[in-house]
Design a protein around this ligand. Sequence first.
Ligand SMILES: [Zn+2]
Ligand SMILES: [Zn+2]
Length: 236
Amino acid sequence: MQIVADLHTHTIASGHAADTIRTVCETAARRGLLGVAITDHGPMVPGGADKVYFMALQRMVDAIDVPIRVMSGIEDDIINARGELSMGEEIVGRLEIVKAGCHPFAWIAEQSMKVRTDALLNAIALRRFRVFTHPVGSYCDFDIDAVVEACAEAGIALELNESKIDDVRKNRSFLELCAKLNAYITVSSDAHVAEEVGGFERSLSILETVGFPESLVINTSTDKIASHFGISWKKG
Ligand SMILES: [Zn+2]
Ligand SMILES: [Zn+2]
């Protein structure tokens, strides 16, 4: 199995990552990827980027001169029990790779497991994002079986995250559940420094161990990425 694009990377705009958009893109190109998505945190993560950054992001990624597809994106947070994201449609509508996850210090981290699970299920039902990031190793617990089932029904992908792969047992049972329910996944580095971009080795090894079907892995082909995110792979 080969991952053709890293759909989850952070830059200095996230407030706790080391490199610029340009360095992340150049590293992705040098490592032989066909594409990379710039997906910084929104303002719910302390130090994260705000609206103006995300409004300008498409213009920046379009202008970066690298020989691969660079996608604009966000890793947003759920801000209330209704499952709404911190960024409204006027912002996420401009972005290509819209994802959401649970992060420390965000609203969802302060909730009980029941409230958090219900907020996640409401967010999934709203379908405002296309990938739920790091369901394993999210810093806060929720009913993962219910979330995977809801994502499978809604056609929202779940992420196998190379930076949160240490708990092999949990990642394996997560993948087995995804395979059983035909839930799509993405495989991502979640790079916070350019050296991590395109690093999927441990994720690929777990996928092989569980015999995970390649047909359910979105970022093994540019066509599947384009179709899942409703974007054109070729720009212009
Ligand atoms: Zn995250
Ligand atoms: Zn991230």
